[in-house]
Design a protein around this ligand. Structure first.
Ligand SMILES: Cc1cc2nc3c(=O)[nH]c(=O)nc-3n(C[C@H](O)[C@H](O)[C@H](O)COP(=O)(O)OP(=O)(O)OC[C@H]3O[C@@H](n4cnc5c(N)ncnc54)[C@H](O)[C@@H]3O)c2cc1C
Ligand SMILES: NC(=O)c1ccc[n+]([C@@H]2O[C@H](COP(=O)([O-])OP(=O)(O)OC[C@H]3O[C@@H](n4cnc5c(N)ncnc54)[C@H](O)[C@@H]3O)[C@@H](O)[C@H]2O)c1
Length: 464
């Protein structure tokens, strides 16, 4: 069928990241005719090149680290790291980068998958390789992001790695330079260092995990250094070359760094640049698509004008590059597409976890963001190592709970739980912020002894 003879369906989903895959299934189960267009693997980045393989690798590396600190606490353990074991688990959890199971799930739900790159070619119309579809109800975009390479002299001509290459590599490098100290950079730097790889992180900004509390950056820097990672913050790379074997990076301060492998983890670019958004009058901001709180696409950030029959979810909406955001927005979009009433999107209690050891869990605003928002800020902190649980835990107890309160409303607006199981402890803080539990109520809460989460009570008592 050519573009002139477009087939009509109810909904077309372009990009099946986690939210797009979920929405496709839900809409089809609701009885709509749905076509999902996917250029790569159904499920997107998270199950194949993101969350799932990285957290699997991190678990293997954490087991090695636990064994290494056993001597003097539990008895001597001989540790013989074997990356092949870790990689085998990565192959298992990604189904060897095969999306057959996901495709079958979609088809069982009644949806149709079209492999290829979808482009908007006018209102409610999508073209894939010369074939066109028209959507009666509309089009849902979940196109995600791809790794962004900074404009460094020579870099583009080198065989640098992105998250996609490193997580598919069966062999660990002998040395690894990680460009970027964000979530991808710090998680993978630590995991590879624990496998004996000589790792250096080069971060342009003054600290790692720049979006989180400065205390989190310090904690993660100390942990990475304890694992042997060299951290170079406030460092600018001005040139990169590759001689067929090794990379050479020139820094602005005159230093030259040599490495076998280079991982570029310096941010992402939304996949909206070749999507045909101009054909429906949508202007992006730094590639991000603006949406209203029901995930309806806006013509641009400022106008507030809703584009008829177009929804967007996921990383490309710029509300946070996390699978749980994609899934959350997908539920909202599905409700709107099905004309069901439902709550509008709200991000005041957006949680995120960086899966380093110690884990950095955070929700809502940082102290600085709360102050910048003009709130009357109170903060409270508790040191995990100094807690009873910390004393019993022994090595690896470093961490803290920090709470940020709005003293006018007497509710928490932000919190960090960094330490062992920091991401799990975050759950209680997320509920407190989502439900705007009064600080007084949190003061009266009984926190089990001796747990790490009891530090939430200590931090609340410390509010000043
Ligand atoms: C190494 C790494 C680790 C991560 N760890 C975590 C974590 O622990 N927790 C967490 O919450 N998040 C994590 N993330 C982020 C997470 O992967 C994303 O937030 C998540 O995948 C949601 O993305 P999305 O829905 O925007 O779509 P994506 O997952 O980006 O998928 C978009 C899909 O759209 C397809 N596509 C794009 N354009 C088109 C087109 N024109 N036509 C057809 N198909 C198209 C792509 O092929 C892709 O399959 C991690 C990311 C990385 C890279
Ligand atoms: N645990 C998680 O939830 C998790 C894990 C990994 C990734 N992610 C998501 O994936 C996305 C990408 O993560 P990321 O770590 O690539 O991006 P990021 O934006 O979080 O961090 C990129 C870092 O690279 C630095 N940088 C930029 N240009 C540089 C340069 N030229 N030289 C040196 N440093 C430079 C930035 O200052 C920043 O600190 C994010 O949306 C993140 O939320 C989430």
């Amino acid at each position: 069928m050519d573009a002139a003879q477009a087939e009509t369906v109810d909904v077309i989903v372009i990009g099946t990241g986690p939210g797009g895959e979920y929405a496709t299934g839900e809409l089809a189960r609701a009885g709509l005719s749905v076509v999902a267009v996917e250029a790569a693997l159904v499920g997107g980045e998270c199950p194949y090149y993101g969350c799932i393989p990285s957290k699997t690798l991190i678990r293997s590396a954490d087991l090695l680290s636990g064994a290494r600190v056993a001597d003097g606490v539990a008895g001597a353990v001989t540790v013989k790291p074997d990356f092949a074991d870790a990689y085998a688990r990565v192959v298992e959890v990604t189904a060897d980068w095969d999306d057959t199971a996901a495709v079958e799930r979609l088809e069982r739900a009644g949806a149709r998958l079209v492999r290829g790159t979808g482009t908007l070619s006018g209102p409610r119309t999508v073209t894939v390789d010369g074939r066109s579809w028209t959507a009666r109800r509309g089009i849902l975009l979940d196109v995600g992001t791809r790794p962004a390479a900074p404009p460094i002299d020579g870099l583009a001509a080198t065989p640098y790695w992105t998250n996609r290459d490193i997580l598919r590599s069966a062999e660990p490098p002998t040395s690894l330079l990680v460009l970027g100290g964000g979530a991808i950079g710090v998680e993978l730097a630590q995991a590879y260092a624990r496998y004996g790889v000589a790792v250096t992180v080069v971060e342009a900004g003054p600290r790692l995990l720049a979006h989180e509390e400065p205390e989190s950056s310090d904690l993660v820097a100390q942990a990475l250094e304890a694992d042997g990672v060299t951290i170079r913050a406030s460092s600018t790379v001005v040139g990169v070359t590759h001689d067929g074997e090794r990379f050479s990076l020139d820094l602005e301060d005159g230093t030259t760094l040599d490495t076998q492998r280079l991982l570029v983890a310096s941010g992402r670019t939304p996949n909206t640049d070749r999507l045909g958004l101009e054909s429906v009058g949508v202007r992006t901001q730094r590639g991000f698509v603006a949406t209203d709180p029901h995930q309806r696409v806006l013509a641009d950030q400022d106008s507030g004008e809703v584009v008829d029959g177009l929804w967007a979810i996921g990383d490309a909406t710029g509300k946070g590059g996390f699978t749980h955001v994609s899934m959350y927005q997908a539920e909202i979009a599905v409700a709107t597409i099905l004309d069901r009433s439902g709550p509008a999107a709200s991000y005041h209690a957006l949680p995120r976890v960086t899966f380093t050891d110690p884990e950095v869990g955070a929700v809502g605003l940082t102290e600085e963001q709360a102050r910048d928002a003009g709130l009357a800020v109170l903060t409270g902190t508790a040191d995990l190592a100094a807690s009873s649980r910390g004393a019993t835990y022994g090595p690896g107890a470093a961490g803290f709970v920090k709470v940020v309160a709005d003293s006018d409303r007497q509710v928490l607006v932000g919190a960090t739980s960094a330490g062992p199981a920091g991401g799990e402890i975050l759950g209680a803080l997320t509920v407190a912020i989502q439900a705007e539990v009064p600080v007084d109520e949190l003061r009266q809460t009984i926190w089990a002894y001796p747990t790490f989460h009891r530090a939430i009570g200590t931090a609340i008592a410390d509010l000043s």
